[in-house]
Design a protein around this ligand. Structure first.
Ligand SMILES: [Zn+2]
Length: 410
């Protein structure tokens, strides 16, 4: 048994966090009394390790090999095709592993990755990401989502590959209904995803309405399907950008349905800030969904990294602290309650979306922790330091040290 002594909790209180094997067993003032194996925190901030619930590990780090394009979602998807044809298992595995390792260094120990399943790359991307996840099982938990990036009806053969992916061990059923050519096909896409999820008893995590076109409304199709089938609390909808452009009557109706269906919303402001709004002139949209309204309604909202140096986004480094900061800018999050919301969006909210029973800063939770040399979450956000230490299941898995010198004249 060992403990973090005098750590600052996000609430501002100072407490000891006692760990036994892979679990937090006690938390509170004086909880470490009598223990000898102590990490002296002297008021430094302890947080549960971050969760990145929306990332694409199969595509990471390919940016330099792609042709230039106009920066839109459609052009990025097209530009990746040529590279995707050349994927090998070892290629995907090595790139995914690098980003998982980088994420762990920066305090993220659980990831849920979409992985393309289509007739271009077949099951190679999934094989590669699953191999990387196994390579990194000592430092992180990585789930995979079978993601039909090219559509299900638009890409004949993709549905059978999705079945094969789930048989191979993909954890979650993905989807991208707005990518189909008309509303009938979108409805069929959603139906097929739920059919697969029921057949394999898996949760669902779809890309939904990642477009500026307010007329694209597959979120309601997804919510209705979840309610009809009783798939409550088992669906996550990513992006949902078009909702910002839809009329208020639709928005209010569908937000209420999302609440009833227990749908989590993965707003990924970091990439949508650069992907969306490219057709706008003058007033240029931020490209994010209605984050404030989902939040006010009580819908579970999380922020994901989404992309790391791929066809969609040239930046990203697996830092959920950076994701929280950029998202705070995109969603006008500045007061204390807002910053608490931003913290929740990279910790408790993705934990809820992943339906984790053992997450958080509390007795009984898995000891996935990180320690920052600052005194508050607001300071962590502002200063963006790497965590000094990161623990995964009670084991110290990463340490960072920064040296900074300022040489003044005598
Ligand atoms: Zn995505």
């Amino acid at each position: 048994m060992w403990a973090l002594q005098d750590a600052r909790l996000p609430t501002g209180a100072v407490a000891d966090v006692v760990v036994d094997r892979d679990r937090i067993v006690r938390l509170g003032s004086g909880a470490a009394d009598g223990l000898e194996d102590l990490v002296d925190c002297s008021g430094k901030l302890v947080l549960p390790a971050f969760i990145d619930a929306h990332v694409h590990l199969d595509k990471v780090l390919i940016r330099d090999e792609l042709r230039e394009h106009d920066g839109t979602l459609a052009a990025a998807i097209g530009a990746i095709h040529e590279r995707k044809r050349r994927y090998t298992v070892e290629d995907v595995r090595a790139r995914a592993r690098r980003v998982i390792e980088e994420s762990v260094r920066l305090g993220t120990t659980r990831l849920r990755s979409h992985v393309d399943v289509d007739t271009i790359g077949g099951l190679v991307p999934l094989e590669g990401v699953m191999a990387a996840a196994a390579d990194c099982a000592d430092i992180a938990s990585v789930q995979t989502i079978a993601f039909p990036q090219e559509g299900l009806l638009r890409d004949p053969g993709a549905f059978d590959l999705m079945s094969a992916a789930l048989e191979m061990g993909a954890d979650v059923v993905g989807g991208m209904p707005h990518w189909e050519v008309d509303e009938e096909a979108q409805r069929e896409h959603v139906r097929l995803c739920f059919e697969l999820a029921e057949r394999f008893d898996r949760d669902i995590d779809m890309h939904v309405d990642e477009t500026d076109d307010g007329g694209v409304r597959t979120l309601e199709i997804v919510a209705d399907e979840a309610l009809t089938r009783g798939y409550v609390g088992r669906v996550c909808a990513g992006h949902v950008c078009s909702l910002a452009a839809a009329d208020d009557a639709y928005a209010h109706r569908v937000i209420e349905k999302c609440l009833r269906a227990g749908i989590s919303i993965a707003a990924n402001p970091v990439t949508n800030l650069v992907l969306q709004g490219r057709g706008d002139r003058g007033l240029i949209r931020r490209g994010t969904t209605r984050i404030g309204e989902f939040r006010a309604a009580g819908v579970n909202v999380l922020f994901g990294q989404d992309c790391v140096k791929d066809g969609f986004y040239p930046f990203g480094r697996g830092s959920m602290l950076e994701v929280a900061l950029i998202s705070a800018h995109a969603a006008h999050l500045t007061n204390r309650a807002d910053l608490d919301f931003a913290l929740r969006a990279v910790t408790e909210a993705p934990a809820q979306a992943l339906r984790l029973a053992d997450y958080g800063l509390r007795p009984g939770a898995r000891a996935d922790l990180q320690l920052f040399a600052v005194s508050s979450w607001a300071e962590a956000l502002r200063l963006q330091p790497p965590p000094e230490k990161v623990w995964f299941g009670g084991r110290l898995v990463a340490e960072n040290r920064i040296t900074s010198l300022l040489n003044r004249a005598d």
